[in-house]
Design a protein around this ligand. Structure first.
Ligand code: ADP
Ligand code: MG
Length: 695
């Protein structure tokens, strides 16, 4: 038995705060359990009532003569700790705290108190601030939502209660089949990760669908998603506030929560829904159809217009159409008139009847080139949509293969009815061609996730001790920011290539260092108070002579003193001048939920204006890093655009992977990292500026 069974599959339920007032939530919960057909025991609890809706009512949960698996708590927040205590004494195993008035209104203290009491007794909590649990397999509406959702195989978990109730109704109008619908609320105890783990083992669940505002324990979420045997799809709401907040590093200012969640979803193999419609449409497809196991999508249509719309959508959603092979075209020609088109989209023409649909779909599915088929139909005067969908269904059956099919019927009432028939027969139907394609794209996305190999991070050999010492020293100084020489020492200890350099305390010393390194050199101010060195006139590049170096030293020091008279100046950093190359940025921020991350972007306008950056949760392998690099819009800049030679992408990937290890190893200390710029060459790279901020 799973320890969460008493919560999600209870044999007996008490409603603490059951009410005789028909308008009260505490009444609705009793009615819902009765009306949904729940076969377990139902025990209303109310100190002032003896009977509610024909059920015996107990004055205290302690009076119930039987075992209680689950308690729905619908008393005002201030009474919840006392009720929780009683539930513990009674030996209740799970609590659904419907009551609100906890952390969502700033009462973290009350929430914590309740969790502590529950822990003492080993009780698990869903909530507080939830609608409840709906289960079709158990015919259990343990919630104040109006009715059980349209039955099916998707488990839908929502962080918003109001949205859950709205979605409940919509599952019926869209015919999106649901096994469980769960309101997760404040996640004081059970969170997304716990539920995903649990419903992975649930036989009635084929897909897990999430409405997420923010996860708790991001690392666990990621691990659980990665291990999931079932598809997970999520709609993430809420844009970044953190991005706008002042951040000391460039990476910090680019790291909106949206980007971090995108990263986590990718790494966790979670299909991302772009909006609520997509969440519904794609949940249906993932529940009813197998994943698309290749990139070859074939569209079959009776109308050119919808074919074009679907073609556009295919490109937009990442499954662009390809030319069908000749033998497939020959097969398609058999099912169309002379003036039809056997190309992709296959246009059966407006004369298409049931037989043409049936034949072309069957032959297409059987053909090894085809990985998935989107069928489009425009209602015509001489065809009956019902007849057409029966043909579609028959073709799928006769094909004998397990390839995904989605359908869009464009038309009126008859088409809608026929579409519903399709859904009831396990074939996803949508009103618009682009929705049918988007659903197929979700099936492809899931297919790609399944094909992706597991990336096992193998740590590099590094000088961890050295980094610990530097960090300890900076902390002992009472500083948060490492100076550039310190940060570069840290990078070097993890094998990131940095230019040679040394700190000069005087102009004479600077000249001596420059001679050792060789001209030209770059000189920069070193002061814990000056983080953006150029802003302070603290950077001089391309210094070619002893005279240049001497002059630069004096100027840099005087500029810095002008910029910040209180700045404590360690000296001037004299370093090798890296040759010209392509500027990129590698960085990291330590996210509150997911911990250390890695960022990559191209330098200059690409990050400043276009914000063309991508994130992953650290650590990452060099191979994963390569995937990130290829993902950015400006990737072509690195592969040799405008006649330039391709740059060393492998070296960037290696540096990113090493940096990911650094931020992971020192996750308790490092808050933000910026390597900006990292200059990349045809062979190798150089990290010319380094910034590390501690927690
Ligand atoms: P900051 O970002 O604090 O203003 P940087 O160290 O990034 O200072 O220096 C500013 C610019 O000077 C860099 O963006 C880069 O173009 C150039 N630069 C800095 N160091 C070097 C170097 N060692 N070799 C070549 N160019 C450099
Ligand atoms: Mg810089």
């Amino acid at each position: 038995m799973n320890p969460l069974d008493p919560v999600f599959k209870p044999k007996s339920i008490a409603i603490v705060g059951a009410s005789r007032d028909p308008k009260a939530i505490g009444h609705q919960c009793v009615i819902n359990l009765l009306q949904s057909g729940y076969e377990g025991k139902i025990y209303p609890v109310n100190p002032k009532a003896d009977e509610i809706e024909g059920l015996k009512c107990y004055h205290s949960i302690l009076d119930i003569p039987d075992e209680v698996d689950l308690a729905l708590i619908v008393v005002p927040a201030k009474y919840v700790p006392a009720v929780t205590e009683q539930c513990g004494q009674k030996g209740v195993k799970g609590l659904v705290i419907i009551a609100s008035g906890f952390s969502e209104v700033g009462r973290e203290d009350l929430e914590k108190e309740v969790v502590e009491i529950a822990r003492k007794y080993g009780m698990r909590i869903l909530g507080p601030n939830v609608v409840g649990i709906m289960s079709n397999p158990l015919k259990m509406n343990a919630s104040f939502g109006p009715y059980l959702p349209y039955p099916g195989k998707a488990t839908l978990i929502s962080q918003s209660g109001a949205l859950l109730i709205a979605m409940d109704a919509r599952t019926w109008s869209d015919k999106v089949g649901i096994s469980h619908m769960i309101s997760i609320g404040n996640m004081a105890d059970l969170n997304f990760g716990d539920l995903i783990e649990y419903f992975n083992e649930d036989e009635e669940t084929a897909v897990i669908s999430l409405y997420v505002e923010g996860v708790k324990n991001g690392r666990k979420f990621l691990e659980v998603c990665k291990k999931s045997k079932k598809p997970i799809i999520a709609l993430k709401a809420g844009v970044s506030q953190r991005g706008a907040a002042a951040a000391a590093s460039h990476t910090g200012s680019l790291a909106g929560s949206v980007k971090i969640y995108d990263a986590a979803f990718k790494q966790g193999h979670v299909v991302k829904a772009e909006n609520l419609d997509a969440l519904f449409d794609e949940t249906m497809a993932l529940a009813l159809q197998p994943p698309m196991e290749g990139e070859n999508l074939l569209i079959i249509t009776n109308g050119g217009g919808v074919g074009v719309l679907a073609t556009d959508a295919a490109e937009k959603y990442g499954i662009p159409l390809k030319d069908a092979p000749e033998d497939l075209k020959d097969l398609m020609r058999k099912h169309m008139p002379e003036f039809g088109s056997p190309k992709n989209p296959v246009d059966l023409t407006g004369m298409a009847d049931r037989d043409w649909y049936e034949g072309s779909i069957r032959d297409a599915l059987k053909h090894p080139w085809v990985h998935g088929v989107v069928v489009l139909y425009c209602e015509t005067s001489f065809t009956d949509p019902q007849n057409i969908v029966e043909g579609i269904y028959k073709a799928i059956q006769d094909s004998g293969v397990n390839k995904p099919v989605t359908v869009s019927l464009v038309g009126g009432e008859k088409s809608v009815k026929a579409g519903e028939w399709l859904i009831e027969h396990g074939v996803p139907y949508y009103k618009s061609p682009s929705a049918a394609v988007r659903a197929m794209a979700a099936l492809r996305e899931y297919g790609r996730f399944k094909e992706e190999k597991i990336h096992e991070f193998k740590p590099y050999e590094v000088d961890k001790q050295k980094v610990s010492e530097i960090i300890e020293k900076v902390k002992a100084d009472g500083r948060k920011a490492l100076t550039e020489p310190e940060a570069k020492e840290v990078f070097a200890a993890y094998g990131l290539p940095v230019p040679k350099g040394k700190l000069a305390k005087s102009a004479d010393e600077a000249v001596q260092i420059a001679n050792e390194i060789g001209f030209p050199v770059v000189m920069k101010i070193v002061s814990p108070q000056i983080i953006h060195k150029s802003d302070a006139g603290g950077v001089k590049v391309n210094l070619n002579s002893e005279e240049d170096v001497r002059k630069a030293f004096e100027e840099i020091v005087s500029n810095a003193k002008k910029y910040d008279p209180d700045a404590h100046i360690h000296g001037v950093y004299v370093q090798e001048m890296a040759p010209w190359g392509t500027e990129t940025i590698i960085g990291s921020i330590n996210d509150m939920q997911f911990g250390p991350t890695v960022m990559f972007g191209l330098g200059g306008i690409f990050v400043e204006i276009l914000k063309d950056v991508t994130f992953r949760i650290a650590p990452i392998t060099a191979e994963e890093a390569k995937g990130m690099i290829q993902e950015i819009k400006g990737y072509k800049v690195l592969t040799g655009a405008r006649g330039e030679k391709p740059k060393d992408v492998d070296a960037i990937a290696d540096a990113m992977s090493r940096l990911s290890q650094l931020v992971w190893d020192f996750r308790d200390h490092i808050k933000e990292v910026d390597a900006n710029p990292v200059i990349v060459y045809e062979k190798g790279l150089s990290v010319v500026d380094a910034r590390i901020i501690l927690k």
